[in-house]
Ligand binder design. Structure first.
Ligand SMILES: Cc1ncc(COP(=O)(O)O)c(C=O)c1O
Length: 450
């Protein structure tokens, strides 16, 4: 009855897995937002250091993790894999539930897995400052701590609704040395123009990305860092799935279904991508991305070229999108309020390799409370979507009398999200209807890419 399956520090993976050479079908090019032509690596240089641009377009299946990054990863990695015995008992399910726990990182989520390499490749390229955005604050805290490790300055534009809901995440970023501004802010043209039309605008990831991209593009010594979506970000996160595969081997099980929540796609990619190649080689494994019903990018969006940000400054990618100016409702899972998705995850969804599901926030909190009362860990609201997905699979296994093996990613803890739990217990959380009219309007503004 082992509960924790641990790897030693010398079992920390030495390479990330790049799924690009194993993708089914042809990948669509990334398009320049100004010229509407495919971008070249040089077009991306004002935003990213060459080390990351090379990873973004790399066709190498395995990419070495530099020793300087492994040293910092070892502060919290390898992360534990748990068998959820207590949750299984409470559900009375014959299913075996495993979860990979990324809340053991100093920032409390999976985000430092990519923040650290992003800061490292910027440092060796001579960058002085990183500008970035954050939704719930998990990414902002992660890039702040990563910048500290490599002596970089850090500016974070934090979505205004989260800045109000999660003041301690702002404090964490400041503790790790970052300057934090609520977005939309008066620091950038993008922010000022949104505030001119709507002074009470509560912000969105799309707007915060516009501000950070503008900041980086207009300062020679500054580069931009994105916490999700991009190919290199998804690749850095594969350390989660690579470790989990080793740990599942030790447990003597292989998952029937791999589940993660989906905001921009990075924690899903991180856990699931190393299993995608098994599936291509004939393994019977399902991959399930769970997203909020109020921001249903994968389940209700269209697969089309769209801007990564609201002000149309970020590159255009082919992805599932609700439209770059869609404003998702202010749900507590702030890190899942993004109009778009990783092009890699999107293509796998489009090809039918990845399944998707949208869930309402109260059903997620119900699942998170059961999880906290059985396994004891308090989940981040974002991660509660994966828990909902896993519990639903386990209940279905119970109905069918099947001993299904479920693996999900507990992408972060919720210690700084207690206001959300308070709101749940005070019956203040609402389930937003599928915002069909707003999505339809927003989808009418997609760029026309030949
Ligand atoms: C704990 C946690 N999980 C999941 C996400 C969603 O991001 P992604 O889809 O890139 O993993 C976030 C985003 O901030 C997060 O903080």
């Amino acid at each position: 009855m082992q509960s924790k399956i641990l790897l030693s520090e010398d079992q920390l993976p030495k390479q990330w897995y790049n799924i690009t050479p194993d993708m089914p079908g042809v990948m669509s090019p990334v398009i320049h937002p100004g010229t509407l032509q495919p971008v070249s690596p040089d077009d991306l240089l004002p935003l990213f250091p060459m080390g990351l641009i090379e990873q973004e377009v790399s066709q190498e299946r395995w990419i070495d993790i530099p020793e300087e990054i492994r040293e910092i990863y070892k502060l919290w990695r390898p992360s534990p894999l748990f068998r959820a015995h207590q949750l299984e008992k409470a559900l009375g399910t014959p299913a075996k539930i495993y979860y990979k726990y990324e809340g053991v990182s100093p920032a409390g989520s999976h985000k430092p897995n990519t923040a650290v390499p992003q800061a490292y490749y910027n440092k060796i390229a001579g960058t002085k400052r990183i500008a970035s955005e954050t939704g719930a604050g998990q990414w902002g805290a992660s890039i702040a701590l990563a910048c500290q490790h490599f002596g970089l300055e850090c500016t974070v534009y934090m979505v205004k609704v989260s800045y109000g809901q999660k003041p301690y995440r702002k404090s964490m970023m400041q503790l790790w040395g970052a300057d934090v501004f609520p977005s939309p802010s008066d620091k950038t043209n993008a922010g000022r123009s949104i505030l001119a039309n709507d002074p009470d605008n509560q912000g969105s990831l799309g707007i915060a990305i516009s501000e950070a991209v503008e900041d980086a593009a207009t300062h020679e010594d500054t580069r931009y860092a994105l916490g999700s979506v991009l190919n290199h970000v998804c690749m850095h996160q594969t350390i989660i799935g690579l470790e989990a595969k080793e740990q599942m081997k030790i447990a003597g099980d292989y998952p029937d279904v791999v589940i993660a929540c989906h905001g921009g796609g990075s924690n899903f990619a991180g856990l699931a991508f190393p299993f995608v190649s098994d599936k291509a080689n004939g393994k019977d494994v399902r991959l399930l991305a769970v997203e909020p019903a109020s921001c249903p990018t994968l389940t209700k969006g269209v697969y089309a070229f769209d801007y990564g940000d609201t002000a149309k400054m970020a590159p255009i990618s082919k992805m599932y999108t609700l439209g770059h100016d869609f404003m998702p409702p202010g749900i507590h899972a702030g890190g899942l309020r993004y109009h778009g998705a990783s092009p890699l995850v999107s293509q796998l969804v489009h090809e039918g390799i990845v399944e998707t599901k949208a869930v309402a926030q109260t059903a997620c909190f119900e699942a998170a409370v059961l999880f906290a009362r059985t396994e004891s860990i308090i989940p981040a609201p974002e991660s509660s979507h994966a828990i909902r997905g896993a519990i639903d699979e386990a209940l279905q296994a119970k109905e069918e009398g099947k001993e299904k093996v479920i693996l999900f990613n507990l992408s972060g803890h919720g210690h700084v999200d207690m206001a959300a739990y308070d709101a749940y217990f005070n019956n203040e959380l609402v389930d937003y209807e599928y915002p069909e009219a707003a999505i339809k309007e927003s989808l009418s503004h997609l760029p026309k890419v030949g």
